[in-house]
Ligand binder design. Structure first.
Ligand code: EAX
Length: 329
């Protein structure tokens, strides 16, 4: 098992007390699922979690209670994953990026420019390749229930318009906690720093020049207040995953195990549709708020810089990357 940070240890101890009282208050429920997310109630991560809660509580007739801990109140995404491994938390909606330390296979879907559009995404992630990647979560003492989405990521910064990869040179870009995401931005020419979400303060204080996220996140976190330039790079398809604690899951009766899978699936499809229906709206809002948007950056210049990263893929990550490449032709 990974080394547990002091932060996680502190959270585990203090959080156990909270859970103890919460669980007592829900004495009627047989099982309690504490679900962690790092984003606010405004986000799609939360809406997916709320849908999951609604389905699970209804279909279990109240036997399973779901409590959503949002806005990072139970720690950042890496910490939530560690708590799922320990069984302190039972579920989470987590971005693929930081999962790659735990489940290397997931690196394959975060390879830049690998998905062309949403129909490719759904075909591959909901098909055998996606199912294969989700099955690998068990090796990390986790359950990968289903893929949902954050969306295609785009670059923003406060320094200058970015049209080609050369414009990125030297920009301090915050990336997710993932060595692979660091490698991508280093290859493009930026000066990347991994940090957990959220990062508004660091952007406003110019500790970093830029960041990359889907339009929904840029809008919901009002990053237009601190970032002038947006380039629609669509460089990485950012999946989210409904993740569960394997030790908790293994103790559930089969009917509830099945219920968790089907509720995560329904909540994921609901969330993807919602997210996709809003892309145009977010773009026009970001424009209204004064962002200078490059609608057609020079994608070829970015692709050229990152293609060599394929050579660094090994084991499961390589296996699944090759499968996705073959399936997306
Ligand atoms: O799901 O950390 C990140 O950049 C994520 O995309 C997101 O904002 C949280």
């Amino acid at each position: 098992m990974k080394k547990i940070s002091v932060w996680t240890a502190a959270i585990v101890i203090s959080f156990s007390f909270i859970l103890f009282s919460v669980n007592k208050a829900n004495a009627k429920a047989k099982y309690t699922i504490n679900l962690g997310i790092v984003t606010t109630m405004k986000t799609f991560h939360y809406k997916a979690a709320a849908k999951f809660k609604q389905i699970v509580e209804k279909k279990s007739g109240g036997a399973i209670k779901v409590i959503i801990h949002h806005s990072g109140s139970v720690g950042d995404e890496t910490s939530i994953l560690q708590q799922l491994q320990l069984g302190v938390l039972q579920a989470g909606v987590i971005t693929a990026g930081p999962i790659d330390k735990f489940v290397p296979a997931i690196k394959a879907i975060e390879f830049p420019f690998i998905f062309k559009n949403f129909s490719d995404v759904d075909r591959i992630l909901d098909g055998n390749i996606g199912k294969g990647i989700l099955s690998k979560f068990r090796d990390a003492n986790l359950i990968g229930f289903h893929f949902l989405e954050n969306g295609f990521r785009n670059l923003t910064n406060s320094v200058r318009p970015v049209h080609s990869a050369k414009d990125v040179k030297g920009l301090k870009i915050r990336v997710m906690n993932s060595q692979f995401q660091v490698a991508i931005w280093r290859a493009i020419g930026a000066n990347p720093t991994p940090m957990p979400w959220p990062i508004y303060t660091q952007l406003s204080q110019h500790v970093i020049d830029g960041q990359e996220n889907p339009l929904a996140v840029i809008y919901q976190y009002k990053l237009y207040e601190v970032q002038k330039y947006l380039s629609l790079t669509h460089h990485v398809y950012s999946a989210l995953v409904f993740v569960g604690s394997k030790s908790f899951y293994d103790k559930l009766p089969t009917k509830y195990q099945k219920l968790l899978y089907s509720a995560a699936k329904d909540a994921s499809i609901y969330e993807r549709n919602l997210n996709r229906s809003k892309v145009k709206f977010f773009l026009s809002e970001l424009k209204k708020h004064g962002m200078i948007i490059d609608m057609h950056p020079n994608i070829a210049s970015f692709k050229k810089k990152v293609m060599g990263l394929r050579a660094g893929f090994k084991g499961d990550a390589k296996l699944y990357l090759d499968m996705i490449l073959a399936a997306s032709k």
